[in-house]
Design a protein around this ligand. Structure first.
Ligand code: PGA
Length: 241
């Protein structure tokens, strides 16, 4: 585990974007596992900036997103498909046919999940997986539980996650109660894992997840066992370690 200390959010974003761009420069056909949430937005903005300056080319990459709300169409502003296009894909030269996000509108959850596992397998696995972390230690939508779910699966979101994500939804609009998420095995099989984390509300979970026991109660804790895991955090998020 490598911990990179950043001064602030902008510095965190730049340092994380540097690692991603190094991956793409080294391997133009890289398979990038991507994440949504507030934390990686600055990382995407930095990558867009470098792309516009001609310093990075995304034309050959494949992207595989971690998760999607069940029941939200791609056109819904809060779908992760929409988020990723707004925050990143629409601004760079990634090939639309190589963008992968779980199909939230497939009502057959078994089928949706198995299809997504095939996408990951057929892409040859993930070269670099970008992650955020929830205040309860979730990665993707792998919520605290009794076991590490291995493959793509349908989850019931916890009250904590629903509450935390309510900020993105309009007044009176409710957060979906379920999501499709990549499993822990697929994340752990990524050849490199990069976590971005900022803000004091994440300090406690960073300490517990990476300096405490490995337990499915804190899903991110399993990353302690990953052979190439880097955390890029700002001062506040890393203040307790
Ligand atoms: P956040 O979400 O980046 O919006 O804090 C992180 C997560 O839930 O994975």
């Amino acid at each position: 585990m490598v911990i990179v200390r950043a001064k602030d959010y902008q510095d965190m974003s730049r340092k994380a974007a540097n690692i991603i761009s190094a991956q793409v420069i080294m391997k133009p056909k890289a398979v990038l596992g991507l994440a949504t949430g507030g934390t990686p937005v600055g990382t995407y903005a930095q990558l867009i900036d470098w792309y516009k300056k001609g310093d990075i080319d995304f034309s050959q990459i494949t992207t595989i997103n971690l998760d999607e709300y069940r029941g939200l169409p791609k056109t819904h502003e809060q779908s992760y498909w929409y988020f990723m296009h707004e925050q990143f894909f629409n601004h760079v030269n990634v090939d639309e046919s190589r963008i992968n996000v779980p199909d939230g509108m497939n009502p057959d959850s078994e089928k949706a999940c198995r299809e997504y596992d095939n996408v990951i397998r057929e892409a040859g696995g993930i070269d670099l997986q970008l992650l955020g972390i929830g205040v309860d230690g979730h990665i993707g939508f792998n919520e605290p539980g009794n076991a590490f779910e291995l493959e793509t699966h349908c989850v019931d979101l916890t009250e904590q996650t629903i509450k935390s994500n309510q900020r993105f939804f309009g007044d009176g609009e409710s957060v979906p109660k379920q999501a499709y998420t990549m499993g822990i095995k697929s994340i752990m099989q990524a050849r490199k894992v990069l976590m971005v984390v900022n803000g004091k509300e994440k300090a406690e979970i960073v300490k517990k997840a990476f300096f405490g026991p490995v337990t499915p109660e804190i899903q991110a804790s399993i990353l302690q066992m990953h052979p190439d895991f880097t955390i890029v955090g700002d001062e506040e998020a890393l203040s307790l370690i």
